[in-house]
Design a protein around this ligand. Sequence first.
Ligand SMILES: [Zn+2]
Length: 229
Amino acid sequence: DIATADGGPRLVTHLARAGWLQWRDSVPAAPPRPGKGPLALRAELDDGQGFDLTEAGTQKRLAVYVVHDPAEVPGIARLGPDPLAGDFDEARFTALLAGERRQLKGALRDQSLIAGVGNAYSDEILHAARMSPFKLTGSLTPEETHRLYQALRSTLTEAVERSRGVAAGRLKAEKRSGLRVHGRTGQPCPVCGDTVREVSFADSSLQYCPTCQTGGRPLADRRLSRLLK
Ligand SMILES: [Zn+2]
């Protein structure tokens, strides 16, 4: 969400899963060539600085809106509560989950349930809580709900702390360096040393540690099962 100085329209972007904002101290003079490449939008500010919005992959979901009030953007209007807000306490978290009967991975990523948790941090939260991504919300004991709430808050708080003061151009590397399981398939879990595993879906994948999260048992990966048939 980028505001203009005079209180005029705002530029709101949704980076989707593969989008990034790359800050540029000076925007190239030559216009970008349309067509191929990940560039979705190049913005130049008054002082010659600017930024690129890029989106990798073939699924193009990045969106940009110019609005007077961010609440005009449909995706913002239906956002659930901010999990780092002062009033997002354990009772509120418990009440949110109580109305759901679904897998934890999907519930954590549902922006209308809780705002701001994507594919990477849902993996990290479930690893910190030592829970399977396929565990059902309705099956959580009060102790497990407590553990998941603590993991949600601590994981997101640490991520925000780490990114504070980091230059925009360094954010991607900084985010990667703090991840324990997400995007680390085949590497050792930093907590227990087991090999981080992956489950892939049509257009995304999740990572987890069997020892920390699933009692040492690998989860079924449909892609892998198909290859083995
Ligand atoms: Zn582990």
